[in-house]
Design a binder for this molecule. Structure first.
Ligand SMILES: [Zn+2]
Length: 266
């Protein structure tokens, strides 16, 4: 009872001490009316910063699996060879905007999964515009989709990004939880994709086990007859989904220290 009273007092004072925070959204994206004759999925890969995972990229080229790749300006700068491979296969790769510096488009809390957030709409605008300019400079094509770092957004940021003319790229199947899962787990999750799923995974972490599992899962999915599509080629539906706090739970009072640990989207 003492804790409940403490919380009530803190909330009344506007202190919002624990998980009582403004709600952010993690939009869910799916393919509308996928081809009934084949399991149809959209593979989306984030290149946040860091390196190029050739276990993934080379397999996509060898097996002719299309992917929509979200790159940051940071990744573009440090991965000229990886970018050249993407650009050499326009039939396979759609290149979209993952921001200038991999900053979450969140204005209401200071950090998401350990990443410092934009913190203001001005900073969101700069992050989105900087990433878009970098993609356009690198490819000659203006991006149409935006995905921020962590795939989580504050509602004002969602409105701002849409006002800038970009569609927000959510997902429906998180294959690797920020490249943090072990290979067999990632392979199992990918191979279990349902028709209409938009899969999110990473192609910038060659040192982690997740990439090996991603490659294996995609091979299995293809062998099972799945059809891979690019986001630009299909009609999609985006839903904001249930509101979540930074701790990944409903906006209700929680005990201090009780927040579940979530993998950082790297
Ligand atoms: Zn990222």
């Amino acid at each position: 009872m003492r804790l409940v009273r403490l919380l009530a007092v803190a909330v009344a004072l506007g202190l919002a001490p624990f998980a009582v925070q403004a709600a952010d959204v993690e939009p869910r994206l799916t393919i509308v009316a996928p081809d009934p004759s084949a399991r149809t999925v959209a593979l989306t890969l984030d290149a946040c910063s860091g390196a190029t995972d050739h276990r993934v990229l080379d397999m996509l080229v060898a097996d002719a699996i299309p992917a929509t790749v979200f790159v940051t300006h940071r990744w573009i700068r440090s991965n000229p060879a990886g970018l050249a491979t993407l650009k050499a296969h326009p039939e396979l790769f759609e290149i979209e905007n993952h921001g200038e510096n991999h900053v979450p488009a969140v204005t209401d809390v200071a950090q998401v999964f350990g990443l410092k957030t934009a913190g203001s709409l001005e900073a969101v605008r700069a992050e989105v515009a900087g990433g878009a300019a970098a993609v356009e400079a690198a490819t000659g094509v203006r991006p149409r989709w935006y995905r921020d770092a962590t795939a989580r957004y504050s509602r004002d940021a969602v409105a701002e990004i849409k006002a800038q003319g970009f569609a927000i790229a959510g997902y429906s199947l998180n294959a690797d939880m920020g490249a943090s899962l072990m290979a067999p787990t990632v392979a199992r999750r990918v191979a279990a994709a349902k028709s209409g799923d938009v899969i999110i995974a990473h192609m910038n972490q060659p040192g982690r086990a997740a990439g090996e599992g991603l490659a294996a899962g995609l091979r299995a999915l293809k062998a099972a007859g799945a059809r891979f599509v690019l986001l630009k080629d299909v009609e999609t539906r985006s839903e904001d989904g249930p509101e979540t706090t930074i701790a990944g739970r409903k906006a209700a009072p929680a005990l201090p220290g009780a927040a579940p640990k979530r993998a950082k989207t790297s």
